[in-house]
Design a binder for this molecule. Sequence first.
Ligand code: EPU
Length: 336
Amino acid sequence: MTILENISLKNYNTFGIDVKAKRFVNIHSIVELQKLLSKEKDLFLLSGGSNMLLTHDIEKLVVHIDIKGISIENENENSVEITVNAGENWHEFVLWCVENNYGGIENLSLIPGKVGTCPIQNIGAYGIEVKDTITKVSVVEIETGKINTFTNEECKFGYRDSIFKNDQKDKFIIVTVSFRLSKKNHVFHTSYGAIEAELTTQKIGSQMLKNISEAVISIRKSKLPDPRELGNSGSFFKNPLISSTHFEKLQLEFPTIPNFKISETVVKIPAGWLIEQAGFKGKRFGNCGVHEKQALVLVNYGNATGVEILNLAKKIQKTILEKFQIELEIEVNIIS
Ligand code: EPU
């Protein structure tokens, strides 16, 4: 375990923000992590860096979780339980599952980041959330170095939410995530409009995990910027929930407003639509801007600082509040 000094984090965050870590360490095993925790506790945890906005240099010791390995825990005729170490790349794991005909996460193809962080914000796309397949999450407690396991229920998953963002924030380091996936009679989730359309356009059937995964990859590539080409962190905001009375008022003024009924009294509105209506889509502000194909995504044109991006986010929030009386909540973890 070597502690490096003055390391640029540009290649460790998908926004491509060039801030420095005073001290930086790569961790390759749970034992190595426990050894580190016996000496250092004031840490800044870094995994795939795909859901964070860095606004300054990091004084704390930056710990890059790079623990690799996938193992089959148990299986029967119908399903398999797989335990994956936190440092595995999420998309490569999805492709491995698709290749092996393990079903359940194919709709989550091409999401940036690593396996260890997927439970924190309960990643979701195209009708699926990762909570639907997670059986347990193992963590190392920062204070004691002890291993602890959270069942799916104990993770208290919600829309882009879990216990690791709330009650248990900053207390644990996720080291493994276990998934229960189907081996046969897969349940295909193709009702999300864009997937159906893509399968029809490509004239491919929907009864293969590979087809769904390829359709999702194609949709994401057409809408979302590749962080290697244009720095970004996916959806910058959450889709807001508003009351049905508020929604009915807005609908009078904006008859085409897209909406998803959550309950009798709650409606979800796509933040991307609100931002587009407010005129931000495709607009550039200095070194950063709003993506031209998906207004929910803020992008770094090369040399943006985290503060510049945060200021743009605040400007968007202010405009949306004035125009629609809706408070947009930032989904990305702001390191300020
Ligand atoms: N829309 C617009 N303009 C835009 C973007 C969206 O009008 O620029 C409207 C359209 O009406 C569209 C609707 O919003 O029908 C929904 O758009 P889309 O299907 O692209 O999904 P989203 O609600 O904008 C969410 C997730 C994405 C995920 C997609 C697909 C959140 C915050 N975002 O976006 O997640 O890929 O659904 O399931 O829930 C991410 O979290 O990083 C992410 C990309």
